[in-house]
Design a binder for this molecule. Structure first.
Ligand code: SIN
Length: 520
């Protein structure tokens, strides 16, 4: 193996951040994208809500900045938020010029929707409630002839030596392990919704990126902040998909089976209160034995405004004409992740992270609606600018002769099922947490993790590798949740309610967390 066999860039994942980075970089560099399933299978494809940006004349990026900071409980990195809200509109206009079609009114103006905790109408949609799918398809079309996208191959571990990343170990669909060497490795593997029983995420999103980064010695931060979306379609004891917040933006209200308005007297923004507030209220009602519905009877023309949701409801026997959709909350978005700066640089040299797996601090403790596709687009561009400007300065590495050197000894132990992990996480590390519950979850997870640095051995099947990743990612989130002895945004501790917050301590806690997960 020589340096000529080394790709310039390997990107792990195929969501919007991965595709935007691939598009920018492939004009000058040789780029490979790998995904463990099909290229369209990502949370980005599922995104119904849209992309937030200060587009209208009566809006300004400063308003978007303030709304993002308030939603994030002031735990955000102000610099990252500023980059997001200032560069977002510019990059979206560029995409429109390149041919991306957002929904327009009869006069040809982009239609701007309303969502929770946004002070202005600023959500761009495509295909009504199919924005993510439209964006992903738009990017895939652009990449057709420039980028090699490898499907059904799973990234197993990052190749790291002396705190320097030189590619990724991959499991092919025939079960063989191979090394893919790269000068720059970009983790864009998504978040962690699949660790929880109820989730809006694609089933493939199981915290793999977080677990891999941890094994590679990268710093992780803010892992306790998990956002639960209040309204997942709930049928026969299971969740079937997301009912976009845009539905409440158009006037839908949450009611209980007795017809009582759920959010009355709970929060000034009522049904459009921050997601953690609404999710907790629904959770409480469900624990009291009530069922919660979205009353959509006041929305004219629901099927044409929300075609994806209408089709999903009909598929599961819920009639839109009845005007009520049964809902429960589900894990939706991970605010924490691999600690990065605005250029996506991690604490490991030549390893970058973008999209939901990364934590720039832009979302703080709770993400504002429709800021995630925007984050993917903006910070993928920031990373691309950085790599393109520095492409001649990549520190070259020696490819080790023994390609199996990163696989350390690991014992095959009895593993739990994915559903056992999901049920545990939902109950103890979910919407409402306590020290007792978190300690129980941590101990339960630890019985399957012989030590916290368990590594992946060659003889594990793909499913077993995913379960080990789920165990490690769950352990990281649970441990972080135990460390944060306060309630803030997506992290609610019943034993530390909001009024006990020690606001001044937030950075310290954040720094402590990153040190705990530093290099081993
Ligand atoms: C939604 O459509 O409610 C989800 C959009 C988002 O999470 O940003």
């Amino acid at each position: 193996m020589t340096q000529t066999d080394v790709a310039d860039v390997v990107i792990i994942g195929s969501g919007i951040a991965a595709l935007v980075a691939a598009d920018r970089l492939s004009r000058d560099l040789n780029v490979i994208v790998i995904t463990k399933s099909k290229k369209e299978d990502s949370n980005s494809s599922y995104a119904q809500g849209g992309v937030a940006a200060a587009f209208s004349r009566c809006d300004h990026w400063r308003n978007h900045f303030i709304d993002t900071m308030i939603a994030g409980n002031d735990h955000n990195s102000e610099e990252a938020v500023q980059t997001l809200v200032q560069k977002g509109p510019i990059l979206l206009r560029k995409m429109i010029d390149q041919g991306m079609k957002f929904d327009k009114d009869d006069q040809g103006n982009v239609v701007l929707g309303q969502e929770g905790a946004h002070g202005k109408r600023r959500i761009l949609h495509a295909g009504g409630d199919a924005t993510g799918r439209a964006l992903v398809q738009f990017m895939l079309n652009r990449l057709k002839s420039t980028v090699q996208i490898v499907e059904d191959e799973m990234a197993v571990d990052l190749l790291v030596k002396d705190q320097q990343c030189f590619g990724v170990k991959v499991r092919t669909n025939s079960g063989k392990l191979k090394n893919l060497y790269a000068k720059n490795t970009i983790l864009a593997a998504g978040g962690c919704g699949g660790l929880f029983l109820f989730t809006s995420n694609d089933v493939t999103i199981t915290g793999d990126g977080m677990a891999m980064a941890y094994r590679a010695g990268a710093d992780l931060v803010d892992l306790e902040f998990v956002q639960f979306h209040p309204t997942m379609l709930y049928v026969n004891g299971d969740v079937k998909g997301l009912i976009s917040e845009a539905v409440r933006g158009e006037g839908a209200i949450l009611v209980t089976n007795s017809g009582k308005r759920l959010m009355d007297g709970v929060h000034p923004q009522k049904d459009l209160a921050p997601r953690d507030v609404v999710s907790r209220e629904i959770n409480q009602a469900v624990l009291r034995g009530e069922q919660v519905f979205l009353d959509i009877s006041m929305i004219d023309d629901f099927p044409s405004r929300f075609p994806t949701i209408t089709q999903m409801c009909e598929q599961y026997g819920i009639r839109i004409d009845d005007g009520r959709i049964p809902v429960v909350p589900g894990a939706h978005f991970h605010m924490g992740g691999v600690e990065v700066n605005q250029q996506g640089q991690t604490s490991v040299e030549n390893l970058y992270a973008i999209g939901e797996v990364a934590c720039t601090g832009v979302h703080g403790a709770n993400r504002l609606a429709s800021n995630s596709l925007l984050e993917g687009i903006v910070f993928a561009n920031e990373l691309a600018n950085h790599l393109l400007c520095n492409r001649h300065h990549v520190k070259m590495f020696e490819i080790p002769i023994d390609s199996s050197m990163t696989i350390r000894e690991s014992k095959r132990s009895v593993l739990p099922t994915k559903d056992q992990i999901r049920a545990l996480m939902m109950k103890y590390t979910g919407i409402v947490r306590t020290e007792e519950g978190l300690n129980f979850a941590k101990r339960w997870l630890e019985q399957f993790l012989p030590n916290e640095y368990v590594t992946i051995s060659e003889d594990l099947s793909e499913d077993e590798i995913i379960i080990v990743n789920m165990l490690q990612a769950s352990w990281l989130i649970t441990t972080s949740a135990l460390m944060r002895e306060e309630s803030r945004g997506g992290h609610f501790r019943a034993d530390y309610p909001f009024e006990k917050n020690e606001w001044g301590k937030r950075k310290l806690i954040r720094n402590l967390a990153s040190h705990v997960y530093a290099t081993h």
